[in-house]
Design a protein around this ligand. Structure first.
Ligand SMILES: NC(=O)c1ccc[n+]([C@@H]2O[C@H](COP(=O)([O-])OP(=O)(O)OC[C@H]3O[C@@H](n4cnc5c(N)ncnc54)[C@H](OP(=O)(O)O)[C@@H]3O)[C@@H](O)[C@H]2O)c1
Length: 267
């Protein structure tokens, strides 16, 4: 197969995170980037990366193998409608938009169009997005190979069903915000003991990075928790306080609230 060529529709944060990962890890892939109206931003991207840019994706769509929609969910219906008239057989259409799964893409595009739904998180910026994805029904092995190359450029990933991607986006996409909120609470507590904000930040962030490294190595949070917790000791008292405040239930409720709101927004 000739070099794969990907067209990005949307040139914001997520598009840049994905194509910069691709350029680093899969430099043979050709990238063209377009947006709605901000040509100064396209000029900036073109001066920073070895990519082509265009203000009119409809004029280049026939030259590409993959079209990746990185525009807001609300822009999809108009973009997909235009695209329907221009797609060539076998071109793969991918979206990273929240709430726009393969069945919505298939309903809006010509019958038999291969589609995929990719849900990355903001760690795509540093090549560490835990991404989840689902395929539509017309996907071939060639499409899978191309898609999986693209996804691996921004971090680890897992193929799930469409329904699972809907429900698990809260865990991979939104829960990083829960973790950052936990970090903020620890920082606030640390400053109450007389640390400067800078010291508090260092202590907490390095603790999280160290804990994440332990998780990456040992992959068993319960065992790691037990190692820190002597029976009847100080950490045990802290964990009991968290349990009394229904820490686990509170996280589960947060995931349910996230999913409920995502459903409202996607309908
Ligand atoms: N950021 C995240 O953490 C994250 C995570 C997972 C998924 N996503 C998804 O990624 C997508 C993009 O998010 P983002 O954070 O990158 O947004 P963003 O930074 O606001 O960028 C949106 C881009 O879409 C372009 N655009 C808007 N309407 C368009 C249209 N009708 N036709 C063509 N291009 C259009 C904008 O162009 P102009 O600047 O010219 O208007 C801009 O380049 C969203 O669907 C979001 O759900 C984001």
């Amino acid at each position: 197969m000739n070099n794969v060529h990907i067209l990005f529709i949307g040139a914001g944060r997520m598009a840049e995170a994905i194509f910069s990962g691709i350029l680093t890890h899969q430099p043979e892939i050709m990238i063209t980037v377009s947006n709605q109206s901000n040509s100064a931003h396209l000029d900036l991207l073109q001066s920073n990366y070895p990519i082509q840019t265009t203000s009119s994706w409809t004029e280049v769509i026939d030259q590409v193998d993959v079209i990746l929609l990185a525009c807001p969910p609300g822009a999809h219906s108009e973009v997909l409608q235009k695209m329907s008239l221009l797609l060539k057989k076998g071109q793969l259409v991918v979206t990273v938009a929240a709430g726009i799964g393969p069945s919505k893409l298939e309903a809006a595009l010509p019958k038999g169009t291969p589609v995929a739904w990719l849900m990355p998180n903001t760690a795509a910026d540093v090549g560490k997005s835990m991404s989840i994805y689902a395929y539509g029904s017309a996907i071939t092995d060639t499409h899978r190979n191309i898609f999986e190359k693209v996804v691996s450029a921004i971090g680890p990933s897992e193929e799930l069903s469409e329904e699972q991607v809907h429900n698990l986006t809260a865990v991979t996409g939104s829960a990083p915000a829960f973790l950052y909120s936990f970090v903020e609470a620890l920082e606030q507590t640390a400053t109450k003991y007389g640390l400067t904000a800078e010291q508090a930040r260092k202590l907490v962030i390095e603790m999280v990075i160290g804990s994440a490294a332990m998780l990456a190595k040992h992959r068993d949070p319960a065992k790691l928790r037990e190692q820190v917790t002597s029976p009847g000791g100080a950490t045990a008292a802290g964990l009991t306080s968290l349990a009394n405040d229904q820490f686990s239930d509170s996280i589960i409720r947060a995931i349910h609230a996230t999913n409920a709101r995502a459903k409202e927004l996607g309908s």
